[in-house]
Design a protein around this ligand. Sequence first.
Ligand code: COA
Ligand code: AMP
Length: 637
Amino acid sequence: MSSRYHAIYAAWQADPDAFWAEAAKGIDWFHPHDKVFDPELGVYGRWFPGATTNTCHNCLDRHVEQGRADQAALIYDSPITQARRTYSYKELLDQVQAMAVVMADRGIGKGDRVILYMPMIPEAVMAMLACARLGAIHSVVFGGFAAHELATRIDDATPKAIICASCGLEPGRTIAYKPLVDAAIDLAAHKPDNVLVIQRPQFAANLDRPGDVDLGVEMGKALAEGRKVPCTLVEATDPLYILYTSGTTGQPKGVVRDTGGHMVALKWSMENLYGVAPGEVFWAASDVGWVVGHSYIVYAPLLHGCTTVVFEGKPVGTPDAGVFWRVIADHKVVALFTAPTAFRAIKKEDPNGRFISDYDLSHFRTLFLAGERADPDTIRWAEERLQVPVIDHWWQTETGWAIVGNPVGLGQLPVKHGSPTVAMPGYDVRVLDDAGHPLPAGTLGNIVVKLPLPPGCLPTLWNADARFRSAYLDEFPGYYKTADAGVIDADGYLSIMARTDDIINVAGHRLSTGAMEEVLSGHPDVAECAVIGIADQLKGQLPCGFVVLKSGVNRSHADIEAELVKRVRDLIGPVAAFKIAITVDRLPKTRSGKILRGTMRQIADGQDYRMPATIDDPAILTEIEAALNAYGVRTKA
Ligand code: COA
Ligand code: AMP
């Protein structure tokens, strides 16, 4: 089948407003928009001003009203606890209403912020939808972040309440969440009124602080009493959520997602990019704490009337490297979306894909990968073993959906390994040099998107328009800076090569080396430090910290390094996967004092590097290489 992609992209280019007005017909509006796009509003314009709607209505109520009441909306599958449960659209709506009632009883309403700190259980999805129902703005914080990170987000979002579960479950480890939430509230200047807790059977939290609520018990009462709460009308331009993502410093950026544009873009993507029909089962094996979880575990599948899967497990070890195939077979999943690192983990455990033949994958049509570079070896392995198209696509927390992808629903384009394929309608993607000049095809440069960004992308950062401008819009006027570097070939295929800032990507998780450096510098014995991301076969990158100690410190280096590893785990969280701290005498710098992190990374990755012309003392690079080798990092092939 030939692809309709080129015709559709051309139609969007010819008349963007008509394109998005047509896409908006997939959504229920209580009042229609005045304009499709108004360039005069907000920082660079706003989508669908004047329209009113509600995201929970579009995800649940309308499907119940229109014949999907008994269709499965959410399948919870937890190989960690052995639990499984399916919620129909009607059941999910009842649960969400009950949770919304409990929240409304505590005064939570339109515009209030609510922080969610949840493991992968159905109540995480319910809490997001209950906020949407009330017009409250949720901010989900990934469970692998520590109390200090949670406190930073509490102070930025100033939530009225926090919703959490009593615990998260990692293989072999139960993480008590309530003490982390309490510690975060103690650290934060802002104090939420309530902490609403879902008590899990594996671990009971102490609900002994003022404002603590047993959310499950209260929901049970609301259900028994048949209490309901209607959907609050919100503007299309009102925020649905804030999702914090790593910036270049320890202060994360609060990416704002609007209500209307978000729904329009996600609904469009389900049919046209992912090629999935309402009623089919779509599985994003991510976590609700990440953007992939927001968009493709929760909102897009439900907006589209699909069945979504909430999976509480890992690709390997819960119990084995066959669990993905087991879930696909058991629930008749048609499309799986995950990060390449999950496949690298499976490939490592089961190189021949022996487990695959144990399961009936006849319903499975497409594998989608994103979150980090999809290395051709992993793609080939998956293609050969699974015999389905393996589709890489590139996007960011900021955009909320794919910038570049291969639109399976419009007719798949030929796959080129190493490239996530072509720009989606809505995105005019360019490659510029550092001075902002366009670069010819095949030349590496800064990837930017011509403004305006399409529906679904961030209109701004929470309470930080100026930071939004300076972080994304100022460097290349008229364009959004993605902070990724890459090339576009003569066929319009894009390849992502690297970040242009100090963000690293560890197991598909986006982390700031700047934030880790702030934590290391806070250790009393550390004079200066540098954190770089070094190549890792499983996780893509791993953080590696170099520290120079203050003069006069004569404690054991091993003790200090262990303290530094613990410090990052305690202050940022286990998700940082910070395990390598190396003491060195000096850091390589330019004559103006800039630390040569890029060169250090090239050394650590065993790449050829050019001696920077401005280096202060070239001998230091040899010292860095020796320190890495002594630590066990092989720097030569
Ligand atoms: N709550 C608390 N701790 C968590 C957590 C959570 N929700 N998620 C992860 N952690 C912890 C892990 O237990 C681990 O701790 P450890 O240092 O004690 O082992 C640490 O954070 C690092 O986690 P992770 O990077 O996930 O590594 P892992 O070794 O546990 O698993 C993979 C490696 C590849 C199997 C895993 O990263 C994975 O499944 N990735 C899938 C990709 C994905 O979900 N990407 C998200 C964007 S699409
Ligand atoms: P996040 O905001 O956590 O989704 O991370 C976004 C970043 O992950 C991007 O800016 C890229 O650096 C990287 N990324 C995401 N998807 C891909 C992909 N398909 N190929 C290469 N890098 C990717």
